[in-house]
Ligand binder design. Structure first.
Ligand code: DX5
Ligand code: ZN
Length: 223
């Protein structure tokens, strides 16, 4: 891949000190914010008031990943906060095309996520409605899980379809991305990489972000 963007997930950050945790990732390309409602996934994190506060505090763009039910109702409200992109799960949406258009109309990039077992093929005709496609590489819900290699063929098929569409659609992977797995995901065609535990468990998160980016680009790390 000629580009590799790293979006650290603040799910692995210290929630009592989010402003400080943002400063530790200043080398990132955007901040990934995981919203979970304890219904779509068996975990509860944060909601719109915290996203609004992060939007004010962050110098980096916010990439909001909604793991919530009733997403057709709620996702446009997150777009109206002014975040850079809003990702909804297709499994939680009853009208994904309408929702993608509403996100763009509200000024956000539209992004759609698929759980590991959800196939890409039924959605290929709507790729043009999206600015980003997120292929989950773990079952959503928790940080620190193991990367699922079984998603790699789907990443390849999605990359081929994006190439065929001629549109500049970003291809994001989320879950288990680390020094050990990022090159596999990049070689399959991903160009945006979410990393939570790998970044925040590192002694210097800002340096780890650069290491991961270099590895995704096919380089090596000396750290
Ligand atoms: C999981 C979240 C991820 C999570 C990734 O459901 O969507 O963004 O923070 O964490 P790691 O990188 O530790 O797998
Ligand atoms: Zn996420």
């Amino acid at each position: 891949m000629s580009t590799a963007r790293i979006h650290p997930s603040i799910l692995s950050a210290d929630f009592a000190n989010l402003a400080g945790e943002l400063r530790r990732i200043h080398t990132a390309d955007a901040v990934h914010v995981d919203v979970m409602d304890n219904h779509f996934v068996p975990n509860l994190t944060l909601g719109k008031p915290v996203v609004e506060a992060l939007q004010k505090a962050s110098e980096l763009p916010l990439d909001v990943h909604l793991m919530i039910e009733d997403v057709d109702r709620w996702a446009p409200e997150y777009a109206q906060v002014g975040v850079d992109s809003v990702t909804f799960h297709v499994e939680a949406s009853s009208a994904p095309i309408r929702l993608a258009r509403e996100l763009r109309a509200a000024g956000a990039k539209s992004s759609m996520a698929l759980r590991p077992a959800t196939p890409i093929e039924p959605y290929l005709d709507m790729l043009g409605e999206l600015d980003m496609l997120l292929l989950m590489t773990v079952e959503p819900g928790f940080g620190g899980q193991k990367f699922l290699d079984l998603v790699l063929p789907k990443i390849r098929r999605a990359r081929a379809a994006i190439g065929g569409s001629g549109k500049p659609i970003a291809l994001q992977v989320d879950g288990g991305i680390s020094r050990d797995t990022i090159l596999r995901a990049a070689e399959a065609g991903a160009d945006v990489f979410v990393a939570g535990s790998a970044v925040y468990a590192a002694p210097e998160p800002s340096v780890e972000i650069d290491v991961l980016r270099n590895l995704a680009l096919g380089g090596h790390h000396s750290a």
